[in-house]
Design a protein around this ligand. Structure first.
Ligand code: GAP
Length: 446
């Protein structure tokens, strides 16, 4: 189990993110925009890898789930119908002295936790980002940026059923941006105002709701361990108690990770699996006047399906992956920092390292051989030891060294990031060997 009690772990990971190009603060040269983040060259690759693994697991590998990609700017009536316009508010209190703002349920006394000043009465603070469609800024042109990716799925339910001819049970998945004007943002990308979600709504017969609820809890929990390679001891399932449940939900279980900054018992939410009954479809039906019922083949009657939702955050998964992978080790008396990323997640799969600048041309031919298959990196500056360390730090699983002997024997050396073992292989076999390494891994390819 990784030591998440290291209080400096967050600082180290945040600094690594900026230095190596995983995450930068948005608008940094202008003083920075709080809680909006730009993903750099390595971060955008890692983010894409996570999304693709999720999409494969939830959509492509299944016959019962389809995907959609809906607009961020959404018809106001979608949010009126869902209840967001009325209910998506947090009651807030402000400190009259230091002007800090807090969620009412986050302060235990009537004085400011920062300075002891007097707090205002609670006031409602809307979480939706409002904008105007078209040239006029009047009430008729108000639209909202979606605060979650799932609601447009309910609003498009009829179209999706008509065009796919799906029958119960089936799911609809979507990944993408969501926006919430959160009162407090903290802990780097953990809570921000612009973020990405990975959500799936699974429509089923009301009688089967419990079965699918349990199925998706187990399935989603195992994804973090078996696909992303996260340390199981740092993950847990936390069922909500009655008081926490939204009024329409009959059950909700969070998947949580032991983040180093999380307060309380040290766990923070990654994903929620919720049994949402027929609340959302009924709400969109009432708001639109359209029939969103579907034929139940068994009874021959039209019913409003129940929904099990799996709703995860991409930024939080990204942060957990980096925290879980970060290691400091001592090798031959020298410290190395390693991102022990699963090879499926690693932004760069192999680095090609010519031992000398005199070998550039021949080593580049090796790079060109691999590049159509994997994202690879060509690194020629600094000692070979330094180049190994740089690649360990960004999580590159394999380093391929081209030396002077390579000119004669047409072979290169592959070094494994984790075991530090090396093997010498023929250049003509390299694509096949890398394929094997990328699928079965180092231990099993020999
Ligand atoms: N459709 C249900 C829904 O949106 P949620 O619990 O509000 O549920 C789901 O959000 C997930 O989205 C959370 O578990 C979290 O991973 C992510 N998320 C929510 N708000 C976020 C924020 N402000 N910043 C980053 N991620 C957030």
């Amino acid at each position: 189990m990784r030591d998440n009690q290291d209080k400096d772990l967050m600082k180290k990971v945040i600094s690594l993110c900026k230095r190596l190009g995983f995450v930068y603060q948005s608008g940094e040269i202008h003083g920075g925009l709080q809680s909006a983040w730009d993903y750099g060259p390595l971060g955008s690759e890692l983010k894409r890898n996570i999304t693709e693994l999720w999409w494969h697991e939830m959509v492509r590998s299944r016959g019962d789930v389809v995907g959609v990609d809906t607009a961020i700017i959404t018809h106001t009536d979608v949010w009126k119908s869902s209840g967001h316009l009325k209910n998506f508010h947090d009651p807030m209190v402000d400190c009259k002295k230091c002007k800090a703002r807090f969620r009412e349920d986050h302060v235990e006394t009537e004085i400011c936790p920062n300075c002891g000043g007097e707090l205002t009465e609670p006031r409602s603070f809307g979480l939706m980002f409002k904008t105007f469609m078209g040239p006029l800024e009047d009430d008729g042109s108000v639209v909202y940026l979606r605060p979650e990716t799932c609601q447009p799925i309910f609003a498009q339910f009829q179209n999706i059923v008509n065009s796919t001819r799906k029958s119960l049970p089936f799911g609809v998945a979507q990944t993408g941006k969501a926006f919430r004007n959160e009162i407090t943002v903290r802990n780097f990308i953990f809570r921000s105002r612009e973020f990405e979600q990975m959500e799936m709504e699974y429509f089923c017969h009301p009688n089967e709701m419990e079965k699918w609820y349990q199925y998706w809890i187990e399935r989603r929990f195992n994804w973090y361990i078996n696909v992303l390679g996260i340390d199981k001891d740092n993950l847990r399932l936390r069922p909500h108690d009655e008081k926490e449940l939204a009024h329409y939900a009959s059950g909700c279980t969070d998947i949580e990770y032991k983040f180093p900054f999380a307060g309380g018992d040290g766990y923070g939410e990654l994903e929620g699996i919720a049994s949402r009954t027929d609340y959302d479809l009924t709400a969109q039906m009432e708001g639109s006047g359209k029939d969103l019922k579907i034929l139940d083949k068994e009874s021959g009657k039209k019913i409003t399906p129940y929904v099990i939702e799996t709703s995860g955050g991409l930024g939080r998964t990204f942060l957990m992956i980096l925290l879980d992978a970060y290691r400091e080790e001592e090798i031959d008396g020298k410290e190395r920092v390693v991102l022990g990323l699963d090879k499926k997640l690693a932004p760069v799969k192999a680095a090609i390292l010519p031992l000398s600048k005199k070998l550039l041309k021949e080593a580049q031919a090796v790079e060109e051989m691999l590049r159509p298959h994997w994202p690879v990196l060509f690194d020629v500056t600094g000692s070979i030891g330094k180049r190994y360390r740089r690649n360990d730090e960004i999580g590159t699983p394999y380093c391929i060294t081209f030396d002077f002997d390579s000119l004669e024997d047409k072979m290169v050396t592959i070094r494994d990031r984790d075991s530090l073992e090396q093997i010498r292989v023929k250049i003509e076999d390299l694509v096949g060997i890398m394929s094997k390494l990328m699928t079965v891994g180092w231990e099993r390819q020999n």
